[in-house]
Design a protein around this ligand. Structure first.
Ligand code: BGP
Length: 485
């Protein structure tokens, strides 16, 4: 018998900007994501101020989930999903971010999506902001740096919470909020206008200018306040609502037993993971914050009331993404490898996928234990999976590598629950193939469902079940027991 509870929430996750398409349909406005071109492992995505007709912007058509959501949700239900994590495209509801009234067509669309989820007995879990920041607010006042963005966000979140109070119970206020501090999310996550067009979202913005760091940390602080105000308002709208933070789970190991490497690893862990987690779960800044700010010569602009707001608007559950791990060393010359919004030192004991993301199920058990012991609130793994270049042969996709990756990670979760951690759900990332956030490719696939579409936008967008589709169906039906057969 596994340690998964009988009501464990098995499911999958997507993000609007990576799957919906229909970027200008039914009154939708432009989001920052709509200005990112497609790229590849060796070619960073570009952010263009004007849409260039000679370039490809993969969010514009996505995988057409906007029109095919019913077919997709039906397939999810066939696998036995109990939960579907999806994001709402802010600019479908408030096209410019600061409009007086919401766009009714946008509201109607998501109502139909949620009703479809319930028709198939699937609980929707809504990410309120997953890189769908209104482009207008970036142009107007540089995104989250300006406190007026807090008001716009609250208006958006209150609108959707009121509108869907009987259809949605689980909410995540911001996707991977800590990428703001990792220095890779300035445009994607914080809506800050880039200095130039080229943005490599896989590489840290090494800009050490204290002014930029102060802006970034202030923008992040404004997101914390916006999240807390949303939680406070939401509990009044429906006391049964459950709110979660969402952290990009960065797992690092010291490369060597040198004390320096251990301290550096510990320090990065505090800043990369716990800085944001502490504010959202404990309602207060991490004890290292003052020293960190001094070190960076940075200042956060705060309002005197913010402290109280953060304390009051704490989240109910902790959710996170986990894909890979890397090492940390004081030796600058060691070989680096890629990863989810980060780069790190290559671990000689781990294999990696084509994009350099190192496969480490044990790291997931380690991370779950670490955060559960720090926060002692229920956990949800909001993203996990492996990007693979799947091949369709005679209508079949034999994705053995994905099945093996997911099996090992699910066993790691099972063990962590056995260690005493409270994990209530798992939503596999990109449960249907979608556009990659870091490279904009279609060929970096995560799904149980294959979408016939290539990196240049060619293909029928027809859906096909991969081998992992039947495998995941069995996992859910057996509550994980088949993992050990
Ligand atoms: C996370 C994002 C997702 C998703 C995932 C996989 O950082 O929250 O949006 O895309 O990573 O990354 P990628 O698509 O770059 O392979």
């Amino acid at each position: 018998m596994t340690n998964f509870s009988d009501d464990f929430m098995w499911g999958g996750a997507t993000a609007a900007n990576q799957c919906e398409g229909a970027w200008q349909e039914d009154g939708k406005g432009e989001s920052c994501a709509d200005h990112f071109t497609s790229g590849s492992l060796n070619k960073p995505r570009e952010f263009t101020l004007q849409i260039d007709p000679n370039k490809r912007y993969p969010s514009h058509s996505g995988i057409d989930h906007y029109h095919r959501y019913e077919e997709d949700i039906k397939l999810f239900s066939e696998m036995g999903f109990k939960i579907y994590r999806l994001s709402l495209n802010w600019t479908r509801i408030f096209p410019n971010g600061d409009d007086d009234k919401p766009n009714k067509q946008g509201l109607d669309h998501y109502r139909k999506v949620f009703e479809t989820c319930h028709k198939y007995n699937i609980e929707p879990l809504v990410t309120m902001s997953h890189y769908e920041f209104p482009f207008n607010l970036s142009k107007k006042w540089n995104g989250w740096i300006d406190r007026r963005t807090i008001d716009c966000y609250i208006k958006f979140t209150k609108t959707i919470m009121n509108e869907y109070k009987d259809l949605v119970k689980y909410w995540i206020t911001f996707n991977e909020i800590n990428i703001g501090i990792l220095g890779v999310g300035d445009t994607l996550s914080l809506g800050m206008m880039p200095k130039n067009n080229m943005i490599d979202v896989t590489k840290k913005n090494e800009d050490n200018d204290p002014k930029i760091i102060s802006q970034r940390l202030t923008a992040l602080h404004n997101q914390f306040v916006a999240s807390a105000l949303t939680v406070i308002a939401g509990k009044k709208i429906n006391p049964d609502f459950k709110f979660g933070c969402m952290i990009a789970g960065v797992v690092n190991y010291p490369y060597s037993p040198k004390p320096d490497d251990t301290f550096k690893t510990w320090y990065l862990e505090q800043i990369n993971n716990f800085y944001c987690g502490d504010v959202m779960v404990r309602g207060e800044y991490h004890p290292l914050t003052d020293a960190y700010l001094k070190d960076q010569k940075a200042v956060i602009q705060m309002d005197p009331n913010d402290k109280g707001i953060l304390k009051e608007g704490k989240v109910d559950f902790y959710s996170f993404s986990y894909y890979m791990s890397t090492c940390v060393s004081s030796d600058e010359n060691l070989t680096k490898t890629g990863g989810n919004m980060t780069t790190g030192i290559k671990n000689p004991y781990l294999k990696a996928n084509e994009w350099g993301w190192q496969i480490d199920p044990e790291g997931l058990r380690y991370y779950i234990n670490q955060v559960y012991n720090r926060y002692k609130i229920p956990l949800l793994i909001a993203e996990n999976g492996i990007g693979i270049r799947d091949k369709m042969i005679d209508g079949k996709i034999h994705d053995k590598e994905r099945i093996s990756y997911l099996s090992e990670h699910l066993k790691a979760i099972d063990k962590a629950i056995g260690d005493g951690c409270d994990v209530f759900g798992y939503t596999a990332w990109g449960c249907i193939d979608l556009v990659s956030a870091s490279t904009g490719e279609m060929s970096k696939r995560y799904g149980f469902i294959y979408v016939d579409l290539d990196d240049d936008g060619n293909g029928t967008r027809k859906r096909y079940k991969k081998d992992s589709f039947d495998w995941y169906k069995k996992v859910i039906a057996s509550n994980g027991n088949c993992l050990y057969e």
